[in-house]
Design a protein around this ligand. Structure first.
Ligand code: NAD
Length: 487
């Protein structure tokens, strides 16, 4: 089992194909975002030749994997679910050290991943059953067939669940997979996938490692039939363009700038802890975190004071520090970007409040730590309100009428999540359909608000396709084969 060593680690992870690790010519050091002087491990970098070998191995594996009866495949995939469940005890610690989240956030990632196995275990066999119809004139049979080699490209923020959202429906319906973890959190996920692959036939799960270049080699490979990508919006567009060369199917789960509208009847004292969780869990680095707030003008000052009061108790520190309630952001680019947004808001005259305290002041500058910030931004067009900040700063914009609030909420290129906060459930249910988004929550938002079976994904620049659901997801990993005999 992996042992935590807060100083230096000699852990090395390699890509693997057909259950065999591939030594690499170069390895990238992975630094702990909460303790930058500490190298957590090293991750190999795959070459274009490795990518080609991985895809070919997955294709070879597909030829036999697709022939298994669905219930047999499901049973085999469930062996990998047990591995995932048992791996949480050591790999969640490792994950914290490479991606910067709190230990309980990393554990949620594993549990979310496991939830995908339990959900699809119950529905895939029925979904895969062929349909037959016969009358005096004809016979019709409709089969669902797996597509072939699936590529899963994932980010660093919740790498386990985001991978399992793709891998489980892909494998259970008869596809094989090549996964490319993010170079910003490749260690725990690669070790986990290696353990899972070992209980499945060769070629069913394969991993390549590296950055955008390796990702592009995968999305352009002619043997790949489906790309499931989670990441930033601009990169998603590149993935789609590259995948078009051989008309691959794509699912894109991209960024979001989720609005939350607080109604004038919201019991805000009661809901504030839940709202704060929806904003600051994972230091705001969740695609469907609350990223902008719209509050009635008459409530603005009370709301702001209450939110600040709650955030005073936040303690920011290393994810393995049991006193920490929020970890650092993951990388230097993000760290600089979030700080730039805060400085820009101040210089534009916005009211900016920095809250919470440092768990370990001596280590503060040795990590990408940012205290939670709350901003009253009157300007709905400001960069902080309009971009995906992906960090622990939240803008609050006041509104006069509910129509104005809905208009501002919908005035975005993104359309992932959204929410309405109210004491009147019926009012919430009536307003929810007016929001332009893939997901709308009432009195909830962010991690823990979704449920398996509730199609997860966005509209506009937030993506294409749905995960974590029955037919919208399973159709994306299968093709129809329709046969007809005329009598
Ligand atoms: P990113 O787009 O930089 O990277 C995601 C993955 O794509 C990484 O593995 C990366 O190496 C790879 N990649 C980058 N460019 C590529 C290319 N041209 N071709 C193929 N692969 C490429 O995103 P990130 O910084 O790792 O993650 C943060 C972003 O992900 C945020 O925008 C966040 O909202 C989004 N996200 C979305 C969801 C969702 O479900 N909608 C979930 C989590 C994160």
């Amino acid at each position: 089992m992996y042992q935590i060593n807060m100083q230096e680690s000699c852990l090395k992870v390699h890509p693997f194909i057909n259950n065999q690790t591939l030594p690499c010519q170069s390895y990238t050091p992975i630094y702990d975002p909460g303790r930058l002087t500490s190298i957590v491990g090293k991750a190999g970098v795959s070459t274009p030749e490795d990518v080609d070998r991985a895809v070919k191995a997955a294709h070879q594996g597909f030829l036999t994997w697709q022939q298994l009866e669905p219930h047999v495949r499901i049973e085999k995939v469930m062996l990998a679910a047990d591995i995932l469940e048992n791996s949480m005890s050591d790999l969640a610690h490792l994950l914290v050290r490479e991606h910067g989240g709190l230990l309980q956030e990393a554990q949620m990632d594993f549990r979310g991943g496991y939830g995908n196995f339990k959900y699809y275990e119950g529905i895939v066999d029925k979904f895969m059953q062929p349909e037959e119809k016969e009358d005096e004139n004809s016979w019709i049979r409709i089969e669902k067939k797996p597509k072939g080699v699936v590529v899963a490209i994932v980010p660093w923020n919740m790498p386990v669940v985001l991978t399992m959202m793709k891998l489980v429906p892909a494998l259970m319906t008869g596809n094989t997979i090549v996964v490319k973890p993010s170079p910003r959190a490749p260690l725990a996920l690669t070790l986990l996938l290696q353990r899972m692959a070992a209980v499945l036939p060769n070629g069913v799960i394969n991993v390549v490692l590296g950055d955008a270049e390796v990702g592009a080699a995968l999305t352009g490979h002619p043997l790949v039939k489906k790309v499931a990508f989670t990441g930033g919006c601009q990169n998603g567009k590149k993935v789609m363009a590259n995948a078009s060369s051989s008309l691959k199917a794509v699912t894109l789960e991209l960024g979001g700038n989720d609005p939350a509208i607080i109604l004038d009847d919201a019991p805000i004292e009661e809901l504030m802890p839940r709202l704060i969780k929806g904003i600051f869990t994972r230091a705001g680095q969740i695609c469907y975190a609350v990223k902008r707030l719209y509050v009635p003008q008459a409530m603005l000052n009370d709301f702001f004071d209450l939110m600040c009061e709650h955030l005073k108790g936040f303690r920011v520190g290393h994810g393995l520090d049991e006193h920490a309630t929020m970890g650092p952001v993951n990388n230097l680019e993000q760290f600089r970007f979030v700080r730039e947004l805060i400085i820009e808001a101040k210089s534009n005259g916005a009211v900016v409040r920095e809250l919470g305290s440092k768990c370990d002041p001596d280590n503060w500058d040795n990590g990408y730590y940012i205290l939670p910030h709350v901003v009253i931004d009157q300007d709905h067009k400001s960069r902080l309100v309009h971009c995906e900040q992906f960090g622990p700063v939240i803008p609050i914009t006041p509104y006069q009428t509910i129509e104005e609030a809905i208009e501002m909420a919908n005035d975005s290129n993104y359309g992932l999540g959204s929410s309405i906060w109210t004491g009147d459930y019926e009012r919430g249910k009536k307003l929810a359909p007016q929001l332009e988004a893939g997901l709308t929550f009432i009195n909830a938002h962010g991690l823990g608000s979704t449920a398996m079976g509730m199609p997860f994904g966005g509209i506009k620049d937030s993506g294409i396709g749905r995960e974590m659901s029955a037919e919208p997801t399973l159709f994306a990993y299968t093709d129809f084969h329709a046969m007809r005999l005329l009598k």
